[in-house]
Design a protein around this ligand. Structure first.
Ligand code: DC
Length: 212
């Protein structure tokens, strides 16, 4: 079983992917962390973020087992990741690793921007998770405030809109739904409702597969 989940920043796809992996006993890879891992390795080594061959070599050396979400979620690492994510050679190196992860038994849930279109075009189920930029900004804002921080809603919204533009307008593997993806608009759903909707789609697919 291979489940591909794509969508823009802060759409809730990561949380959904983790919950689905737990429910169906599958491995999970947040592919955004692979781009972040390369960015962090370059930053730590004092290497430039605009040299494609240096970034490609770093991508080849990345260990998927060593990706630490807590460390890699820093804002500056996300910004650096979006710069190296436009480089075709970096993408190819990371896509090869992501595919190797995807085909390892017992199956996997991968989330990112190009899973249904490029990394796993033959996935059993493809979900494309969206929510309006305003809803996503409000979720981020609540997350930060709940964690004891202070956040600026207008700044978060501007940041999300900038990242959307970068993800959808880039030439290499831009963010877009696969033709056979199920669209899940979570603008008016909480995570439990989104999880139930996604599970219903996956259960229907499993029944169909078992019948054939
Ligand atoms: O989802 P995220 O914020 O962790 O992603 C970090 C960067 O990597 C972001 O600029 C989008 C990019 N990315 C990508 O190009 N392809 C993926 N499959 C996953 C992330």
């Amino acid at each position: 079983m291979l489940i591909a989940i794509d969508g823009p920043a802060a759409s809730g796809k990561g949380t959904l992917a983790r919950k689905l992996a737990a429910r169906y006993g599958l491995r999970h890879l947040d592919t955004g962390l692979t781009y972040r891992g390369v960015a962090k390795a370059l930053l730590d080594a004092g290497l430039p973020l605009d040299d494609e061959s240096v970034a490609e070599e770093t991508a080849h050396g990345l260990d998927l087992g060593g990706l630490d979400r807590a460390v890699l979620s820093a804002h500056g690492i996300g910004e650096a990741a979006s710069k190296i994510a436009v480089m075709p050679a970096v993408r190819q190196a990371l896509v090869d690793k992501q595919r190797a992860f995807a085909v390892t038994p017992p199956g996997a849930v991968l989330d990112g921007r190009d899973i249904g279109t490029v990394v796993c075009p033959d996935a059993d189920v493809k979900l494309y998770v969206i929510a309006t930029a305003e809803v996503r900004a409000a979720r981020r804002w609540r997350e930060i405030e709940a964690g004891g921080g202070t956040a600026d809603y207008a700044g978060i919204l501007a940041d999300i809109q900038r990242r959307d533009a970068r993800d959808t307008e880039r030439a290499a593997s831009p963010l877009k739904p696969a033709q056979d993806a199920h669209l899940l608009d979570t603008s008016e759903m909480d995570i439990e409702t989104a999880f139930r909707a996604a599970s219903a789609i996956i259960d229907a697919k499993r029944i169909e597969r078992n019948a054939n």
